[in-house]
Write a protein that binds this ligand. Structure first.
Ligand code: GLC
Length: 454
């Protein structure tokens, strides 16, 4: 669209509305393309959906004990001790949270794993855990990993702003185990490696077997579901019976209409031309999309009277939390040194936040719809979808937009889809996966193969 055609505020806003729109026709197209890409991904053919076998099936609900979990997913590391009662109930016996410094995210791989090992050491010290014994640990690693077994897998590529060197192409369990040994923590054995979506699905399934999808809508976005092993054509060695959870890595879905702001954001990102869906949907990027629009509107004299041109100049300075504040009826202007913002400008920013977040929720809704219909084209069963992440949990109106898309697409059948918030699923689910791994180990004489639970 030419500059002259969009130089009044109203026409610019309706231009934005149209380039960020996701119509019901678009949603149907997303579903069809998703199905094609899922099928290619499962067959090991070229696809923007990686469809990664997790080597985990749905849990039985009887897994029991207290397990150690390391959760590395975004800007935080969590070390947890999770208690499972064998009857579908879980509790966190202890949790420690550590922030990952920016320089670690983008520094040397060994340094990040050494830092993680230090965090685990601090957790042991804080909780006075005996270091003369051996322990099993389940590792939630929320990045695309090509798993070769339950406890090994190579990082395919970093996402969510990480670029640490020496990790891509390597086994992340081996890297963690080496760091644990360097830090004299070799008595900890990594028995399971799981994506956060898989953890979330397993955590919900533990108490509710009708759950058949795990979704993350937070800093990043992704989903998993239990697939018939016979349909995972790229892994014929898996055998033909039963189900295995498949990590879709839907953040990589590339068949979406990107507008000029999406394209610019993508080009400037640390992983250009990758994770298209994630960059249009997830919490890491919504603020940055809005910032890019704000900059353009200031340049055109359509916001803040064109006077605050430097206020939004730094990339990623506007966060999804800021947009969420606006959606709650508050604002973020003070954080950007803006005083006396006019009512018109406030209204414009409100519109912009609505436009950017609504598109995110609608794409998420279409992607959920695609996975549900892949599993059950005729809605023969109920589907409980376990969802974690601040976007889903906290962004005002976000859940309603997802439900709205499902209703528009499926009418009455949409009632068969239940969206359920599952907090901390990534950690709890990994503990359950760890329990399954521990119980599958052949038992020799003595106590639990010499391994101790915490
Ligand atoms: C990114 C990661 C994916 C993870 C998601 C949510 O998309 O690649 O593995 O599940 O973020 O944390």
């Amino acid at each position: 669209m030419g500059k002259n055609q969009v130089n009044t505020l109203d026409s610019f806003l309706s231009h934005l509305e149209s380039i960020f729109s996701v119509t019901i026709h678009d949603a149907k197209e997303i579903i069809d393309t998703f199905h094609r890409e899922m099928s290619s991904g499962l067959a090991g053919m070229k696809s923007s959906l990686k469809m990664i076998p997790s080597f985990v099936g749905p849990p039985s609900g009887t897994e029991k004990g207290k397990y150690l979990v390391l959760d590395l997913g975004g800007t935080n590391i969590r070390v947890l001790a999770v208690e499972l009662d064998g009857k579908g109930n879980t509790s966190m016996a202890a949790v420690s949270r550590f922030v990952i410094p920016q320089e670690m995210m983008c520094g040397a791989g060994d340094a990040i794993f050494d830092y993680i090992a230090d965090c685990i050491k601090l957790f042991f010290e804080k909780n006075c855990i005996d270091r003369q014994k051996t322990y099993d640990l389940a590792f939630t690693f929320s990045f695309p990993v090509e798993q070769s077994s339950l406890a090994s897998g190579k990082l395919i590529g970093w996402t969510k702003g990480f670029t640490a060197s020496g990790v891509v192409g390597n086994d992340v369990v081996a890297l963690l185990s080496a760091a644990l040994r360097r830090k004299e923590m070799g008595f900890i054995h990594v028995v399971a490696l799981a994506n956060d979506t898989v953890g979330t699905l397993v955590a919900k399934c533990y108490s509710d077997p009708s759950c058949d999808m795990g979704v993350i809508l937070g800093t990043g976005t992704n989903a998993c579901y239990p697939e018939k092993v016979a349909r995972i054509l790229k892994c014929p060695v898996l055998g033909l019976s039963g189900k295995m959870i498949v990590n879709i890595e839907w953040g990589g879905f590339s068949q979406l209409k990107m507008n000029i702001y999406d394209q610019d954001l993508d080009c400037a990102s640390r992983n250009a031309d990758k994770q298209h869906l994630e960059k249009m949907v997830s919490g890491m990027y919504l603020g940055e999309i809005a910032r890019r629009v704000i900059v353009e509107m200031m340049n055109r004299g359509l916001l803040f009277k064109g006077t605050n041109l430097s206020a939004f100049s730094r990339e990623y300075m506007l966060h999804t939390e800021h947009l969420s504040l606006v959606a709650q009826g508050s604002d973020f202007f003070a954080d950007f040194g803006l005083r006396d913002v006019s009512e018109v400008d406030r209204g414009t920013i409100r519109e912009l936040c609505r436009i950017v977040s609504t598109r995110s929720a609608k794409i998420a809704g279409a992607a959920i719809a695609a996975v549900v219909t892949w599993m059950d084209a005729n809605f023969e069963s109920d589907h409980t979808i376990a969802i974690d992440g601040t976007l889903f949990e906290k962004y005002p109106g976000y859940q309603d937009h997802i439900v709205g898309v499902l209703r528009e697409l499926f009418g009455e059948c949409a009632k068969r889809i239940r969206l359920e918030l599952v907090r901390d699923g990534s950690g709890i689910g990994s503990a359950i996966i760890g329990a399954v791994a521990a119980s599958a180990r052949p038992v020799s004489s003595g106590d639990d193969c010499g391994r101790h639970r915490i």
